[in-house]
Design a protein around this ligand. Sequence first.
Ligand SMILES: NC(=O)c1ccc[n+]([C@@H]2O[C@H](COP(=O)([O-])OP(=O)(O)OC[C@H]3O[C@@H](n4cnc5c(N)ncnc54)[C@H](O)[C@@H]3O)[C@@H](O)[C@H]2O)c1
Length: 441
Amino acid sequence: MTSSSGQPGAIAEPKGKLGVLVPGMGAVATTFIAGVEAIRRGLSKPIGSLTQMGTIRLGKRSDKRVPAIKDFVPLASLDDLIFGGWDIRADNCYEVAVHGGVLEQSLLEKVRPFLEGIAPMPAVFDNFYVKRLEGTHVKKGPNKFDLAQQVLADIEQFRKRTGVSRTVMVWCGSTEIFLKPEDVHQTLEKFERGMQENHPGIAPSMIYAYAALKAGIPFANGAPNLTVDIPALTELAKQDSVPICGKDFKTGQTLMKTIIAPGLKARLLGLAGWYSTNILGNRDGEVLDDPESFRTKEESKLSVLEHILQPDLYPDLYKGFYHVVRINYYPPRGDNKEGWDNIDIFGWLGYPMQIKIDFLCRDSILAAPIVLDLVLFMDLAQRCGMRGIQEWLSFYFKSPMHAPAVYPEHDLFIQLMKLKNTLRHLRGEDLITHLGLEYYD
Ligand SMILES: NC(=O)c1ccc[n+]([C@@H]2O[C@H](COP(=O)([O-])OP(=O)(O)OC[C@H]3O[C@@H](n4cnc5c(N)ncnc54)[C@H](O)[C@@H]3O)[C@@H](O)[C@H]2O)c1
């Protein structure tokens, strides 16, 4: 076994089935679940998934050792995944996927009985935290602590019913209103008292996260909500040796930002402004049409450029650049978002230039492989004895969780290097520095 900090050593094999519990069974969750089933049946390929399609170079370039990641570290097999979750509506995954309109009907028909067999458990929900939704399939209880106990009972029942040997939870629920960390989030004791007293600072997503950690289940947060990113829960994760990570899947426009901005900075090109706007028409777009939920998303999207460009270190290039992010709810587009970026840059002697991006993307298609990778890597992390914040999974997030002493790493290429070096480290392989002088001795 590895030590608690993920030191190299033998990693426990992924024996038995792996449960995947998802609070929020909407477009992303059902695209992920239907996709895994389609891939298991050989109907499609896991495009976009590092765990399924990625490779990792080991040793020198001249060694030519480049195994597939899934052959290098012991990951759970797709055949061993068993799904469950919660939603505020009782529709099964087939009905949700049809309504979502992300996947073609012809594909959905092929996995229909499988999807119809997955129906959500009643949710912990309060319309105060997601103003645009009304829940019909919702738990009742005298206080938030009691609701957490009900989620724990659901988890126990899921484990018994399916016989899974391990479980991971990934929040794919709607974006909640903007909450700031406050006193009730500071310690586990205050948090638990706050749940008993129905403190408004404790959102439903925190209740699921608390229950997951109490049950020893790794928790990943796909939305920008505070959720597990509070001292009370990071402390609980460490104390109970459970991995956590978040926040907010890095998909369309922000993915592009973290690909392009490091390139501009690498060549010391200046930035005067970056204007980003989107139209999308899925339920996520509807929820984000509410200013309070949008604020949570906006904070998450805005922080990226500041951290990559480091204006304090490069004032002549990046001090005071203008950054705007808009999301407009436009139903005709459904899940097929269109994101425009206008980037005003400047070069040698300050001469201005412009870059325009028009990304016709598919939100859930980009998010689904991220969910899969997080499930498999979080399970691996737990089998390696890693606990608390998993910064090496920053690659997948718009607002990566990080230790208080450091700033988050947003550069996609540094994030990928960090991820792969962590895998090398876990396997006792040399880390890759890209120095390369040895080839010319
Ligand atoms: N698709 C992407 O590219 C992407 C990227 C980053 C983040 N996200 C985030 O992922 C989440 C899911 O996105 P989506 O497109 O699937 O949205 P969606 O609206 O289709 O699905 C969200 C689901 O969560 C349910 N829900 C809301 N509150 C809940 C609660 N308390 N408990 C259980 N279920 C609850 C809703 O009923 C809905 O079915 C959103 O928060 C979104 O902002 C998505």
